[in-house]
Design a protein around this ligand. Structure first.
Ligand code: GLN
Length: 192
């Protein structure tokens, strides 16, 4: 059974833990470099990317997470986590800039769906990976991923935009896969 760390600074840690259990993994909340290094894979959850990034400064986790990814182990960033794994983060409005890990060759536009459609749910467009084709994607003040590098594979898209992508061992979902009872996204992540 894979031990999957969930970065526990802020955000949706408990819901990811339940989703990982449903998908057959052993979840563990992680906050320190040694705890991260003891995992087979890690998740950077949704929440508020500025808050999580400040916690990563305080706990000095930038290099340990980069080293974890460089070791070839899998990293999944969801929503705010997708912003944090990206090459660069930009804001669609006046939000403050946020530092990123630079693991995924993509630019994340924060809060890109605007205020009137802050939150919505949708299923992936035809052509998305069969493993997640029926998944109900919940978007909450979600980012959009743009300027994807050639090595970035789009596993699911909604309204013509990539919402679940993978570049080798690095995964990003702009939605909240932990907020439904369907463990398909976590299961797909664990199967690689
Ligand atoms: N809008 C948030 C941010 O920019 C992300 C929202 C979320 O994770 N649900 O960090």
């Amino acid at each position: 059974m894979k031990t999957v760390g969930i970065l526990g600074i802020q955000g949706d840690v408990e819901a990811h833990a339940r989703a990982l259990e449903r998908a057959g993994a052993a979840p563990r909340r992680v906050l320190r470099a040694a705890e991260i290094d003891a995992c087979d894979a890690i998740i950077v959850p949704g929440g508020e990317s500025t808050t999580i990034s400040k916690g990563m400064d305080r706990l000095e986790l930038w290099e340990p997470i980069r080293a974890f990814a460089a070791s070839g182990r899998s990293v999944l960033g969801t929503c705010a986590g997708a912003i944090l794994v990206s090459r660069e983060a930009r804001a669609a409005d006046a939000h403050e800039p946020v530092a990123t890990l630079g693991l995924l060759d993509a630019v994340a536009i924060r809060n890109a769906y605007g205020t009137q459609v802050d939150s919505f749910a949708a299923t992936p467009a035809p052509g998305s990976d069969p493993a997640v084709a029926d998944f109900r994607c919940v978007f909450i003040r979600a980012p959009q991923l743009t300027e994807l590098g050639a090595a970035v594979q789009v596993l699911a898209s909604v309204e013509g935009r990539p919402v679940l992508v993978r570049e080798g061992n690095i995964w990003a979902a702009t939605f909240h896969p932990e907020l439904t009872n369907d463990p398909a996204v976590h299961a797909a992540f664990l199967s690689y």
